[in-house]
Design a protein around this ligand. Structure first.
Ligand code: ATP
Length: 511
């Protein structure tokens, strides 16, 4: 655990030191759970997005892209269930200044009573031995009955007050039960407020005419409301998919763990529209396809696992997460959901427009079912970055920090290094850059001894270093050093485009 924490700390500081991720508006002490991507971060993020986009859109004839606006008609979020159901009841402790979910406080209290009852039962079971009748004991022992009654009454009352949206009653319940702040024990609570995770804003110039809007909490709804536009104008036949990448916003109550849980983040989602009844086949297909995509990056097959949901969201008939072994353990990286026709039907109802597809093969119209794949770009960034950052012991007893990013995702593909800053070597290096820059992002570095420059590029994640030395002037050859193997090879300058192409060609990675 300590080792994990240690690695996570290194990830955060390395991301800053090498221009990958900065805290937002740092000069003003930052903004909680909001981050900025630096000069290398923006490239890595773009490359991950492109790797996803190419494999989803470019590689599939029946998947097309979309870029819907972040602002959507407010009824969208009524139909999707976000206005009514995308919220948590919040309470603050005035002394400790800690914020909690009120429902979780009561549930934890009830769970403690349950544990007390179980403890009593276990003690009795030990006392009575074989002759112990658990059911009878539970039904007759006054202490156990007392715990159970309190437990039941607390959860039942909580459920009732939440259903009635009676938040003062929830607070009164917390006070009546004597629930204290888990950190400080203080019982000095604020009122309970319903906290919708959507950020609200206003559209329009004057206060009277302004419309209340939300920043989208997911990109999916932009796809649902456009699905017929795309289907008709693109003459798409079912099954077909629509892919989209873009920002989503959630006012997360407890946002920790760096870019794992942010308030402003980017999603990469694909909604796949299928015939009703065929959704499980496609659900299995996308499970397998997405896992293969992750594994293609070579970050270690043991770092992925599926977590099938037992408790399904109201709109889903099957759901799984692809979990990744983050520095703090296995956590959701991507969700794959069979969403049935829930969203399209809800939009039909709220808009009064038909959202049916006419299937020429079946000669009938229906509302398609949807299988979605939904991954957070920032979470993917964290997965790639944390798995790539390694401390390596070398044979000569020294060590190096190396960021073994998959070459196809690396911000800079090669660094061109003149051995010395004179004798015409910088000019040759510049010529190499001028040739390669049309196809690859390459960097120039002339400061410090070449060994130090190698280490710097290792830590920044650059897959290749290309060194120009005095012999280059004679033989037009350079030394190419590989970040991962540290092997060096003497090659012709004219062979460089080929060498780079082999390293970062999409075909080699995805096939
Ligand atoms: P979690 O349970 O972690 O809150 P979720 O189940 O609410 O996630 P979805 O609504 O399924 O997430 O969103 C799809 C993907 O979007 C997630 O798998 C995750 O990668 C990403 N994601 C969701 N919330 C955040 C966030 N606050 N910050 C960064 N990425 C997020």
């Amino acid at each position: 655990m300590a080792q994990q924490d240690d690695h996570f700390k290194k990830v955060i500081s390395h991301a800053k030191e090498y221009g990958y991720i900065f805290g937002s508006s740092e000069i003003y002490d930052g903004l909680s759970a909001v981050y900025d991507y630096g000069q290398n971060g923006v490239e890595l993020k773009k490359n991950i997005r492109e790797y996803w986009w190419k494999s989803m859109v470019q590689m599939n004839q029946n998947i097309v892209g979309l870029d819907a606006a972040i602002f959507m008609h407010p009824t969208t979020w009524k139909a999707s269930g976000h206005v009514d159901a995308f919220s948590d009841p919040l309470i603050d402790n005035k002394d400790s200044k800690k914020r909690y979910r009120a429902d979780v406080l009561v549930e934890d209290y009830a769970e403690k009573l349950n544990q007390k009852a179980e403890k009593e039962i276990a003690k009795a079971a030990k006392r009575f031995g074989e002759s112990f009748d658990r059911a009878q004991y539970e039904a007759t022992n006054p202490r156990v009955m007392g715990y159970r009654e309190k437990q039941k009454s607390a959860t039942a009352r909580l459920a009732q007050y939440l259903t009635q949206e009676d938040l003062p009653a929830v607070k009164a319940l917390i006070e009546e039960l004597g629930i204290g702040c888990p950190e400080s024990g203080s019982k000095n609570w604020t009122d309970v407020r319903q906290f919708n995770l959507m950020f609200g804003t206003k559209l329009g110039a004057s206060a009277e005419t302004a419309t209340d809007l939300y920043l989208r909490p997911e990109t999916a709804q932009g796809i649902f409301v456009n699905y017929l536009n795309v289907q008709k104008t693109g003459r798409m036949k079912i099954p077909f998919g629509i892919a989209q990448t873009g920002k989503a916003f959630r006012n997360e109550i407890v946002a920790r763990q760096f870019i794992f849980r942010m308030r402003e983040f980017e999603q990469m989602e694909m909604q796949f529209f299928v015939r009703p009844g065929e959704e499980m086949k496609w659900y299995e297909h996308w499970k397998e396809t997405r896992l293969k995509w992750h594994k293609s990056l070579g970050l270690g097959e043991e770092n992925y696992r599926f977590h099938d949901h037992e408790k399904l969201a109201h709109y889903a008939n099957a759901a799984t997460d692809i979990e990744f072994n983050f520095p703090f353990g296995f956590k959701e990286l991507e969700g794959i959901h069979s969403r049935t026709d829930f969203d399209l039907k809800a939009h039909e109802e709220h808009s009064g427009k038909k959202l049916q597809f006419f299937d020429p093969e079946l000669n009938k119209s229906y509302v398609p079912y949807v299988v979605e794949t939904s991954i957070g770009l920032d979470r993917m960034f964290l997965a790639v970055f944390s798995a790539s950052l390694q401390d390596e012991e070398l044979e000569n007893g020294t060590s190096r920090v190396v960021l073994k990013l998959p070459a196809i995702l690396a911000p800079v593909k090669a660094a061109i290094l003149p051995l010395v800053k004179k004798d015409g070597l910088p000019e040759v290096a510049q010529k190499i850059i001028d040739d390669l820059k049309y196809d690859y992002r390459v960097a120039y570095d002339e400061k410090d001894a070449v060994g130090r420059r190698y280490r710097r590029q290792d830590a920044a994640g650059t897959p290749l270093c290309i060194t120009v030395d005095h012999d280059t002037l004679e033989d037009n050859m350079v030394t190419v050093r590989d970040r991962d193997t540290m092997e060096q090879q003497r090659v012709l300058i004219t062979d460089l485009p080929d060498i780079l192409n082999k390293k970062v060609n999409f075909r080699h990675w995805i096939a």
